[in-house]
Design a protein around this ligand. Structure first.
Ligand SMILES: NC(=O)c1ccc[n+]([C@@H]2O[C@H](COP(=O)([O-])OP(=O)(O)OC[C@H]3O[C@@H](n4cnc5c(N)ncnc54)[C@H](O)[C@@H]3O)[C@@H](O)[C@H]2O)c1
Length: 437
């Protein structure tokens, strides 16, 4: 058992903090956002994540998990300081590291005995070195500290399960002392025979970007195959399933559609490309994955325009706002970009999402009609577009939907429905990489 401080209580910090407490460690989660910390203390989770509330409550009750805005006392009481603050995309495509560096400066002032500083945020190669310098320059006592890189691979929507049963844990370390403490923190996973990859800090930093860039490449790859399928009359879903049965390829991240979004892949792809440009290295494949993804929303617009013609004055019903099911995260969500483009072109938008509407209202405001369910969204619309594969969108009463729509136009960006069945109901149906019937 170790005393841990988790600086940054967002998606990663809150989940990691709660799960590390579940492993038996004593964890204090810190955030500068007072409202967020107050909410959690009142038992209200600031994000939608299945199973989060239960694991937070269980560990609070057991006395292993606390929340505070007081970074000083949290750092003083802890031997291991994790940093899980955001690293959003900067204007030039690089990762914005201002929060990461602020945390290092802040924390350093309270290090008066040996501590480990663990970077959990996704940060470009070499960041740990810079963070080490900042800490050294701001120490008030002559003490030793170790740096560790422990990138996080959890997926929103299944974050708890991913943290408790990961495919692997990556730990970049420089000293045996830090290695042993990190091993102890992750001991329950070690007992479950989870591969724990100990490596150099720079290698750990790059593993995270290489992994996300590879996943993005898989998505862009299948999207290009989808475009080819549409032209030659093949079915991308069957292509993907058969490809995925090859263990060297695997079935995940081979779903054709509107491309990747979310809080990680877009910014991490941009950041690794930025790093490479800075180092005069050309990453041709990752660059192509980026370019292919950028063009995906235009493919959706083409499909909508081919069904409706001019979009000005049309009403489009959009189902699903979050970038994937089981989360309310709207960062880089294709649905939001799509809606903004529809509005720019003079269309009106009705929308419904099971959990992300509150966040979406903050972004889209009055310009969009937020409805209580899929049927109200479809009522009077010229087309229905399914953007996110929430379970409830997989079982829509399509006959009812057809009656509610002004025109029976259905665009299925997640290939949920079978073209032949939907067509039989009289829909003008389009999906990605499949022929209409
Ligand atoms: N979200 C994911 O699915 C995911 C998965 C793997 C890795 N990551 C990486 O983890 C990092 C965090 O991502 P996130 O999605 O949890 O971000 P987030 O924006 O949800 O959370 C960041 C939190 O840090 C807080 N914060 C900022 N500056 C602070 C400071 N100085 N002191 C204390 N708190 C501070 C913010 O108030 C916020 O609550 C990023 O680098 C991201 O790339 C995210």
């Amino acid at each position: 058992m170790r005393n841990i401080c988790m600086v940054g209580t967002g998606y990663v910090g809150l989940v990691s903090g709660a799960c590390l407490a579940d492993f038996g460690n004593k964890v204090i989660c810190v955030d500068i956002d007072e409202e967020r910390i107050d909410m959690i203390k009142r038992g209200v989770m600031p994000i939608y994540e299945p199973g989060l509330k239960e694991i937070v409550e269980r560990n609070q009750v057991a006395g292993r998990l606390e929340f505070t805005t007081d970074v000083e006392s949290a750092v003083r009481k802890s031997q291991v300081i994790f940093s899980a603050v955001g690293t959003p995309q900067g204007e030039d495509g690089s990762a914005d590291l201002s929060a990461v560096f602020n945390v290092a400066e802040d924390v350093a002032k309270y290090i008066e005995e040996y501590k480990i500083f663990v970077q959990k945020s996704t940060v470009p190669v070499g960041t740990s070195e810079k963070v080490g310098e900042i800490i050294r320059n701001n120490l008030v006592a002559d003490v030793e500290f170790d740096r560790v890189s422990n990138p996080e691979f959890l997926r929103e929507g299944s974050a708890i399960e991913d943290f408790l049963r990961p495919n692997r844990v990556v730990i970049g370390v420089e000293t045996e002392r830090a290695k042993e403490i990190m091993r102890e923190i992750y001991r329950p996973l070690y007992l479950l025979e989870t591969p724990i990859v100990f490596t150099k800090i720079k290698t750990a930093e790059l593993i995270k970007y290489a992994s996300n860039a590879f996943l993005a490449t898989k998505i862009s790859f299948i999207n290009e195959i989808a475009d080819l399928c549409e032209v030659v009359g093949a079915d991308v879903d069957e292509v993907a399933v058969a490809m995925g049965l090859d263990k060297r390829i695997g079935p995940k991240f081979l779903h054709a559609g509107v491309g990747y979004g979310g809080s990680c892949l877009p910014k991490d792809v941009s950041a690794i490309l930025h790093t490479a440009r800075k180092e005069n290295v050309e990453l041709k494949i990752i660059n192509a994955a980026f370019e292919v993804n950028k063009a995906r929303l235009e493919r959706l617009h083409e499909k909508l325009r081919s069904a409706l013609g001019e979009l000005k004055g049309r009403v489009v019903a959009v189902l699903g706002l979050s970038f994937k099911p089981n989360t309310d995260d709207l960062r880089e969500a294709p649905a939001i970009k799509f809606i903004m483009k529809l509005l720019d072109e003079g269309a009106s938008v009705n929308t419904y999402d099971p959990v992300a509407m509150k966040n979406a209202k903050g972004i889209l405001g009055e310009r969009v009609s937020f409805l209580d369910n899929s049927y109200d969204a479809a009522d009077g619309a010229d087309a229905l577009v399914i953007m996110t594969e929430w379970n409830e969108f997989r079982v829509l009463d399509l006959e009812r939907i057809k009656k509610l729509l002004k025109q029976p136009v259905l665009i299925d960006c997640r290939n949920i429905y079978k073209p032949s069945e939907v067509k039989k109901l009289g829909f003008k149906y389009q999906s990605f990489g499949r022929m209409p019937d």
